[in-house]
Design a protein around this ligand. Sequence first.
Ligand code: KG4
Ligand code: ZN
Length: 361
Amino acid sequence: MKILGIESSCDETAAAIVENGGCILSDVVNTQIDIHKLYGGVVPEIAARSHIEVINPVIDKALSDAKLDWQDIDGVAVTYAPGLIGSLLIGTLAARTIAVLKNKPLYAVHHVEAHVYANFLSEATPDLRAKYIALFPNAPKFPMLSLIISGGHTQLVLFRNHGDYELLGETQDDAIGEAFDKVAKIIGFPYPGGPSIAAAAQKGDPNRYNLPKARLSGKYDFSFSGLKTAVLRSVQKTVRVDINFPSTKLATKLTQQQRYDYAASFQKTAVATLIDKTSLAFSEYRPKSLVIAGGVAANQALRDELKRRLPIEVHCPPVNLCTDNAAMVASLGYFYALKNHTQDPFTLDVRPSLSMTKTRW
Ligand code: KG4
Ligand code: ZN
């Protein structure tokens, strides 16, 4: 079964074709990072306009890269929630139109849930395709504990099976990726902050600045806004200015080495916070697999530390599949297709703030 996935929830316009939920036949991502970099973050109106410009060529390229025609496609999966409303509308309208005009079943998937399915994907090789009747043998097993860490989400979710999951805990304020992005601004590294902080941290001393881990009443909940403020206050102290000094100018007062040391110290504390909670959930639920997902799952320090601290093999998606893409959407769409969980293309609406709670589909 070949599913076309479409993703446009934030600042990536993406289309991909995936066979049987795991085998990538094509994977096209048009990122708007260079546009939004000028503003230090995503500008929703610009994002929506840019999606309109490229959505059709991106979908055409997904088909041509896979050397397929419309008649080869068995269904269309699209991200309908959550995300920026203007951005979600473009992908959803494209998918609805295709479903009607080409007479294909439509599957509406949750973006955050789709991130987890990056762990079920692998590149198509002729050998793999030949054997690809069922999922590949090293696919994560259920129950599967997933740490979902992106620019908009930070949550621990226990999947008992496909479509049967429970939210164990989530951030009470900033998402972890958001914290990386905000701290990068304070210490003067470009957007997106995750990759630039990770690169800077390699040249810094993670023990130079002592930053606090948040304590919360919810056993598996997270908080990152306090950590971001702790960086801000520490930088203000280091450069000897008070809280009235403009935060956009703070970085110019730091030395290059201090900026690297802040990057490393922040990353160490952020990673330790994520691992403490994951490790606690692992001990309580004893899952058969542990997966990480979302843009921040690309972070190498996190991957190394998880492997060091947890007594189980951790599934990490390939780095290019951690950030937003449509292959993960197509993979999840396949499991919807197996359960015949279709949507009416004439009525499907977007759900910009739908969270992933307890669900069984
Ligand atoms: O999943 P994603 O592409 O978009 C959302 O759904 O939010 O995640 C984007 C986030 C950004 O905040 C970015 O700074 C972060 O992922 N990110 C990273 C790394 N690569 C991307 N954070 C830490 N380390 C990285 N290597
Ligand atoms: Zn995402």
